[in-house]
Each structure stands twice: as structure tokens, then as C-alpha cells.
Design a protein around this ligand. Sequence first.
Ligand SMILES: Cc1cc2nc3c(=O)[nH]c(=O)nc-3n(C[C@H](O)[C@H](O)[C@H](O)COP(=O)(O)O)c2cc1C
Length: 341
Amino acid sequence: MRVGQGVNELQTGLTSLFDIDIPIVQAPIGSASCPALAAAVTNAGGLGSLALSWRSPADARTAVETAMAQSTGPIVANIVLDDAAATTAPETLVACCLDADVPIVSFSFGDGSEFVDRLHANGSTVLQSVGSIDAARSAVAADIDCIVGQGIEAGGHVEGELTTLSLLPQLVDAVGEVPVIAAGGIADGRAIAAALTLGAAGVWIGTRFLATAEATIHDTYRSRLVSAESSETVLGTPFDGGWPGMAHRVLETAPVSEWVDAGRPAREKPGAGERVGTTPDGEPIERYDDVLAVPGTTGEIETLPLYAGQGVGQIDRSKPAASVVTDLATETRIALNNAPG
Ligand SMILES: Cc1cc2nc3c(=O)[nH]c(=O)nc-3n(C[C@H](O)[C@H](O)[C@H](O)COP(=O)(O)O)c2cc1C
């Protein structure tokens, strides 16, 4: 029998674990994630998420409660553990998730082991993002329920040094029965089919959902995501004002090209210190600040970090998130049924 014939091709360890229909997770995408996006993805049969780390404790609480109230299924709340990055302490955000009974909590950019027992005792499922096989082994030893393996094709901050294609099968081999979710550069159904064929229980998609109608990003940023080619991204450390030294993948805008041409300097970057914009709260934004262009941001939007993964060239228009989930599910079924063999 060919893959998918006479079976529900999209039924995986992830769909069983979370009682969802489609093994597609909308990845946490910083301040661009919002309750409307998370709920739209979950209500379409996938799994929506919120990134909490750049929200105040009160905003984080409101966001998870709103997303949960608007959703017919579970949602994920993500907490970044690197002290240098987040504006609200992980401990505070874990307490918020416990109080709000968030069904699924994900940790990234750091080891969430210390929180696992408390979250399990509260009935939450715990996910850990990793960029290496060793990190996955440690997470499994700490009783994490599900691993997210992020390859370097990913948009935004990048955890490891391996491509998704290289990382994924090795993670699957290393973690036994624990489901693995594939992240990084996945933007269409063929890539999802490939990830499932390599043993992934689901996919964790950021950039494709960043371009949806619901994502809270500036229109100029959304337009660039729709028009950009995959060859136009750069992995490096240009925008590390706010998260020093952490690699990230962004569109190669003029300031990024200038930084690359200057030899990718860690310090004394061209134009450093120059004010390039203002946040919706009226805070100044300097060149190289790690600040997302959201609605209400003013100034030179293309001078800000336009985070994007290598799948960006496969996005040709901005659609509602539910349509993206449905389209991706259809494309995946077709790809699985057309697989040779
Ligand atoms: C704008 C943006 C913001 C992100 N913010 C977070 C975050 O807050 N927490 C996190 O764990 N990962 C974050 N990521 C990484 C994503 O969760 C995910 O791993 C990545 O987008 C997957 O690759 P893709 O963009 O090629 O689909 C972010 C990615 C983007 C593009």
C-alpha cells in the first residue's frame, strides 16, 4: 500500500497526544503571535501558540486567557529561557501558565527541566525546543513530553548548527517514543510530507504564519515577506541589541547588507546608535535593536530586523491563518499520496 492510501495520512503521534486533526503547529513568533492567530490555527484543526517572553506578566496572563477562551482546542504558550533575551522572568511566566491552566507549555533557548514536574502536576504537557541531539537527549531524560527540533533554515533566533534535514532523523533516532516536531524552513505541504516521512510527528511553522492576516506585524514587513525570495535571508548576529550574540535569520535588507559588507562585525557596526524608529509605546528604536516591526511602529521599517526563514520564497500572498492550515493539510495529503514507491 502506498503511503496514505486508505488511512488518515495526517494522524500522527502529535495529533493523538493533543487530540487535534492536523499535525501543524503555528510556532511562537515573538510579538507577532497573538490570541487571534493562535485561536485561528487551533480552530482550523492545527495547534496555535503564543510567545510570552516579551510580554509583561499581566499581558501574558490576558493573552493566554483570551487565546484559550477563543479556541476550541489546546494552545501552546512559549517561554524563552535565555536570561539575556526575555523581558519577563521565566519563573513568572511559568507561574502565569500554572495559574491559567495552559494545556501546553514550550521552552526554548534554554533547558526547561526544572519546570517539568510542576507543569506535569498541573496537567500541562511540556515541549522543549532544541538545536542539537544532545539537548534532545537531556530533555527526554528530564521527562519532557515532546521535542521540537529547529534547523538553521528557521526564521528568527536559531538554536543550533544543523539543517532540518540533518537534525530531524537523528533526533527521531535519539529520543525513542517521544514525538519530535520539525521546525525550520517548512513552508509548504511537500516539506511537511518530507518531515513526516523522516519520522516527525508534526511541524512547527513560523514564517508562513508570520505572513498571515492575523499576525501582529507591520504591513511593510508583511509585504516584504510576500515578495522576498528564499535567497534573500541572512543568518548572523546583526540585530543583537537586546539579545547579545544570539544568531538569527532575517531578510537581507540594506542595513543587513552593509553589516555583511563590513565583515559581520560584533561591535562597531556601521551606523550603530542611530535612531531608526519608535515603538507604538513611544520608545526609541536604534539601528540593530532586536525589536519587531508591529502595527504602530514608526520610522524606517526596513531598517528593523525582518525575521524570516528560508521558506519565505514559497509565500506569495498573505492569507487568513485558517486558510493556511487547510491549504497546507491538503498539499501534504497530495504529496504523501504522490510519493513514489
Ligand atoms: C518573528 C519571529 C519570532 C520568533 N519568536 C520566537 C519566540 O518567541 N520563541 C521561540 O521559541 N521561537 C521563536 N521564533 C522561532 C520559531 O518559533 C520557529 O522555530 C521558526 O520560525 C521556524 O522556522 P520557520 O520560520 O522557517 O518556519 C521566532 C521566529 C520568528 C520568525
